[in-house]
Design a binder for this molecule. Structure first.
Ligand SMILES: Cc1cc2nc3c(=O)[nH]c(=O)nc-3n(C[C@H](O)[C@H](O)[C@H](O)COP(=O)(O)O)c2cc1C
Length: 196
């Protein structure tokens, strides 16, 4: 029906358009929501002689099905974007984080900048005698991303001083592995109860 001004028809077609738009939104959003991954803890790691790898695996055990353990060179910006929280585990090499770990940050820094602000993170550094340099470096990058540290620094000192000790395969102590497992569990718990 059309009145003299056409406003009735106009109102009807407006309603119809809104209803159609609503149906479209519904059709677009529901499949998108269905494909959203469950929230997870990204455990990004690198290791040269085994210590950080064992610590990252222990953290993943603690995190259970909420944890995703990905070697640094396999981490893609999407893995960071989709994660709810992060655990970065690597050795200190020549007073900095190991090169492969740094390469992950270099590769992913700008693709995710501004998109992960406020998310939780923690770190585990394996060191021969120090570890502070690697720790500081990761903290600076995390500050650039505006991440939020939610656990104390963990530096696992393997007491490797000579070339032979430094190059030998490493197994962290049971206490260190237990602490890493507890950290993974606490981070996963934070995700599961919705605080991260
Ligand atoms: C090339 C190289 C450089 C290293 N530089 C340092 C260092 O600057 N500070 C330190 O505390 N440990 C240093 N280390 C010792 C490692 O951090 C230590 O052995 C650590 O446990 C190794 O972890 P990973 O087994 O996960 O590779 C270095 C080791 C290598 C191979």
């Amino acid at each position: 029906m059309r009145d003299r001004t056409g406003s009735h028809d106009h109102a009807l077609s407006h309603c119809a358009r809104r209803e159609k738009a609503g149906r479209l939104t519904f059709r677009i959003w529901i499949p998108l929501l269905c494909h959203m991954p469950d929230p997870y803890l990204l455990i990004a790691w690198h290791s040269r002689t085994g210590a950080s790898e064992a610590l990252a695996q222990a953290a993943a055990r603690g995190a259970g099905s909420t944890g995703r353990l990905i070697r640094a060179d396999q981490v893609r910006p999407d893995d960071l974007l989709q994660a709810s929280a992060y655990l970065f585990a690597c050795p200190e090499n020549l007073a900095t984080m190991s090169g492969l770990m740094k390469e992950m940050f270099d590769r992913c820094y700008y693709p995710v900048l501004g998109k992960i602000e406020g998310r939780a993170y923690a770190t585990i550094i394996a060191a021969g005698s120090d570890g502070e340099g690697a720790q500081r470096q990761i903290d600076r990058i995390a500050t650039g991303w505006r991440l939020r540290r939610v656990a104390e620094h963990v530096i696992v000192n393997l007491d490797a001083q000579t070339s032979a000790e430094i190059l030998a395969p490493k197994s962290p102590s049971k206490e260190s592995l237990d602490a890493a497992e507890q950290l993974g569990s606490a981070l996963a718990e934070g995700i599961n109860i919705g605080i991260y």
